[in-house]
Design a protein around this ligand. Structure first.
Ligand SMILES: Cc1ncc(COP(=O)(O)O)c(C=O)c1O
Ligand SMILES: N[C@@H](CCOP(=O)(O)O)C(=O)O
Length: 463
């Protein structure tokens, strides 16, 4: 399997090289040259399999040429042993036609663990072969950072630098990033928003000398490996609800567009998905784009679902590449307009193609709180504010096929919002009960590219 850049000007690479490279040299994102399809029988045969076996069958064609079957199976088994639920991604029923897919049973209590635990294993295997030393720089609005730290902490030949927006993540999220003691992980609190952190990361990739000097790579959903691992639970949950014999819809709380794009890939591979619903909080660039046909940045507003406080959605570039008929030059032009003019109009043809794939909705802060309160009152389930955005947005799209809303984080990561909605603070799992007592280690950095680069240089030099 070969991977090409969405901007069409970087060399095509195999899976392991695309994964270790992160962002393509032309600034684009890697995407598979051609998608493998699963037949109806192959999808039906996933029913009842352990999550690991289903993951192997779904992802195997994507890693061909980089990992042999025995090695890939072993890496998957090691990765998912870290998810603390026998089903890995269990379904919970909220209403006759509405289900939650719980993706928060991993070590850091968010869906990011599903992909990060796996790419942690894949990176280790690939680095052992190549003997390379790398520096992972990650931008996070709260969850990717801790998941990356958890997956890479203590590994030889890997430094991990996590940029998060100072004061804009929950206290639990911050402590998950600032309390690990391993010398190879560093939390950098940046003055700015998540968008500033992600833009700085992309600028670092554009600086070839810096990139090569530190062996820069990315584990955000910039990295195709992250998107790939997220494809699996769309299949397993849909099959549990009757696919391929009956279609299923999904509502996905969305920020950087990685998770919902994984759903679109599952559908392109043959999974019968009726609707893919993009659910945004009031940082609603994706909802505005799908309704108005104009992708335009606005300032990022802080919300009670902070992990989705994103206005420049990295993976939307992959969806644009598909919508513009895989025309790398057209995508490169749009990205120039985004950088220079703060946005672009999506062409008629492309917006039609996007609307064929995705529908969307938005939840206000009040609607999010009400969804937490109502879900608890009606079902006894306590949901996090990101999941609540999904539950609210899903309502007009319920029926006639089952709707699965992705429960993307554990409510205990956002106790203030949950308490505001329903008057109770959800407790952290026992293994994290002392999180508030652990000492924190963090470096405050100005939201300025040169300041960030020198902080990163300093930390890699000290390693
Ligand atoms: C808890 C939570 N829910 C939803 C999202 C949105 O996921 P994505 O960025 O893949 O759209 C994120 C992060 O972005 C998150 O951390
Ligand atoms: N919500 C994310 C934002 C980054 O998303 P990613 O999927 O591109 O890593 C976070 O929690 O950091």
């Amino acid at each position: 399997m070969r991977y090409v850049s969405t901007r069409g000007r970087a060399p095509a690479l195999g899976f392991a090289d695309a994964m270790l490279t992160g962002l393509a040299r032309d600034g684009g994102l890697y995407v598979p040259e051609a998608l493998p399809r699963m037949s109806k029988d192959e999808i039906a045969a996933l029913a009842g399999l352990p999550y690991e076996e289903a993951a192997f069958r779904i992802m195997r064609p994507f890693v061909e040429g980089s990992f042999d079957d025995a090695e890939f199976r072993a890496l998957i088994d090691r990765a998912y042993a870290q998810i603390g639920h026998a089903a890995r991604a269990p379904l919970v029923q909220l209403a006759p036609d509405h289900f939650l897919l719980e993706l928060f049973h991993g070590p850091t209590l968010a869906f990011k663990d599903f992909a990060m635990q796996l790419i942690g294993q894949l990176f280790q295997a690939a680095l052992e072969r190549s003997g390379q030393r790398i520096t992972i720089v990650g931008a996070t609005s709260g969850d990717t950072g801790s998941a990356a730290i958890e997956a890479f902490r203590g590994l030889p030949n890997v430094d991990v630098m996590i940029l998060y927006p100072h004061g804009r993540v929950s206290e639990v999220q911050r402590r998950q990033m600032t309390t690990p003691t391993e010398a190879n992980v560093h939390a950098l609190a940046v003055d700015g928003t998540f968008d500033d952190c992600q833009a700085a990361l992309k600028e670092m990739f554009a600086d070839e000398a810096f990139r090569d000097e530190i062996g820069l790579t990315a584990v955000n959903s910039i990295n195709w490996g992250r998107v790939l691992a997220q494809v699996v639970y769309f299949f397993t949950s849909a099959v549990a609800l009757g696919a391929p014999h009956r279609p299923v819809s999904f509502t996905v709380p969305t920020g950087n567009f990685g998770d919902i794009y994984a759903g679109a890939i599952a559908r392109d591979m043959g999974l019968p998905i009726e609707r893919l619903v993009v659910a945004t909080n009031r940082n609603d660039i994706l909802h505005r784009t799908l309704t108005e046909g104009d992708y335009r940045k606005e300032g990022v507003a802080p919300t009670i679902s902070p992990s989705m406080d994103i206005q420049v959605s990295s993976n939307f570039e992959r969806a644009l590449w598909d919508a513009y008929g895989r025309d790398g030059a057209a995508v490169a032009q749009l990205m120039e307009e985004l950088k220079g003019q703060g946005g672009f109009a999506v062409s008629q043809g492309a917006i039609g193609a996007l609307r064929d794939r995705f529908v969307s909705g938005r939840a206000s802060e009040e609607e999010t709180l009400e969804a937490i309160r109502r879900t608890h009152a009606e079902t006894g389930e306590v949901i996090c504010p990101h999941t609540a955005v999904g539950v609210h947005v899903a309502q007009p799209f319920l029926g006639p096929v089952p709707m699965v809303t992705l429960a993307t984080a554990h409510p205990a990561k956002f106790p203030d919002a949950v308490e505001q909605a329903m008057g109770q603070r959800p407790p952290l799992p026992l293994r994290m009960a002392d999180l508030y007592d652990r000492p924190e280690r963090v470096t405050r950095v100005a939201g300025d590219l040169e300041a960030l680069k020198s902080a990163i240089r300093e930390k890699t030099a000290a390693a």
